[in-house]
Ligand binder design. Sequence first.
Ligand SMILES: Cc1ncc(COP(=O)(O)O)c(C=O)c1O
Length: 473
Amino acid sequence: MTGPGPTSEELRDALAEAASWVSGYLETVSERPVLAQVEPGEIAARLPRIAPDGGEPLESIMADIDALILPGITHWNHPAFFAYFGITGSGPGIVGELIASALNVNAMLWRTSPAATELEQRTLAWVLDLLGLPAGWFGEITDTASTSTMYGLACAREAAGLDIRTRGMAGRADLPPLRAYASAEAHSSVDKACITLGIGLDGLTKIATDGDLRMRPDLLAEAVEADLAAGVRPLAVVATVGTTSTTSIDPVPEIADICARHGLWLHVDAAYGGAAGLVEATRPLLAGCERADSLVFNPHKWLFTPVDCSLLYTSRPDVLREVFALVPFYLTTDESDVLNLMDYGLALGRRFRALKLWMVIRAYGRDGLAELVSGHIALAQRLAEAVAAEPGWELMASVPLSTVCFRSHPDGVDDEPELERLNAALVDRINHSGTALVSHTKVNGRFAIRIAIGNAASRWEHVERTWDALRAS
Ligand SMILES: Cc1ncc(COP(=O)(O)O)c(C=O)c1O
């Protein structure tokens, strides 16, 4: 008599089946429509309203993955997934996720799984070296860049010495209005961090950008000085290396000078652009990042690691610890001189995310990772050249990395709303065709089609097919 749940034989069979399902899926994903071809509610309507009373065989649950779930999947692992940021759940990363699930450790304390804490530290030091960032930084894995940036700004608030950790913010006459700064192109996660931390949306000043959509340091300096004169307390600047829309690169060295002059925390959002550090030719784009107080880079964006995996680095881990360390009695331990990662974040429990990242880095190696990233950059440059050479089409922004913003601009059509309608229709058509998934953005207020290349299986044929389809429709 066994208890509820599958027997070990059934589990072995299901794991073998899952392994062949995964490799089969990865081999054939390019034959599927990229965008899920379902209507809202269609998947939910096929699912029972109530959970089963009795356990069901894994075999029949697996069959339902094909029948019920796959039709509602948008295939992020498709080589023609070019929307948002193209990403890769690579084979080694998938194996790492599987094994991490089997181990199911919770690395809140060093002792609750020493290997998880120590592997995380070593792997994050590897990434610093891979990207050419300072060797001594402390790093930890979070779920997303949104969390990492919130932590960075929480550090800035703590470092200001306003005793907010203890006294909070409400009802304090001694507290000046707080201010953070980011470019007008910064990701919305910066706004959300300000909402979360009580800085408020009014406390975030968006600095205008230059012709290349990079933060203007002269305007930043003016804003900080005006705020200081008005009794506002500047806390932090978020510089972006690889903005979401066009992957523009803020001038970090100049921004770092302003931060140094006024004692402001410098957080760098390199969630996507950090991968530029892997490639010799693009590593200079990270200039100045070594002066950051904190920096986020997402391996789940452009380092072939399955979602989720975001790296938060800081040169001032003591401040991060001051923000979050709080040890209830049941979590006290005898070990001194160990790193308890729960002291460096909001969540107590922590997944063993380092395992998949470690497997990815080992399986590809420094050279393999650099080859993939530089291959994506080369594909984007080739597309940009094709667009620039095509009559009736125009590039909307420069292409420092692997993302291209462009639009159809037929001769004689100069009305912006008309151009927006025309290009939005192109995006809609290609996405619904299932051939590829592209996204849209606004560049200087103008609608643009956006292709971001980041999948390890993407080749010129996928980019070319997408470009051909856009031109033909
Ligand atoms: C530059 C940048 N920063 C932050 C984020 C937020 O990333 P996450 O989904 O990991 O919170 C994004 C998302 O695309 C991004 O492009």
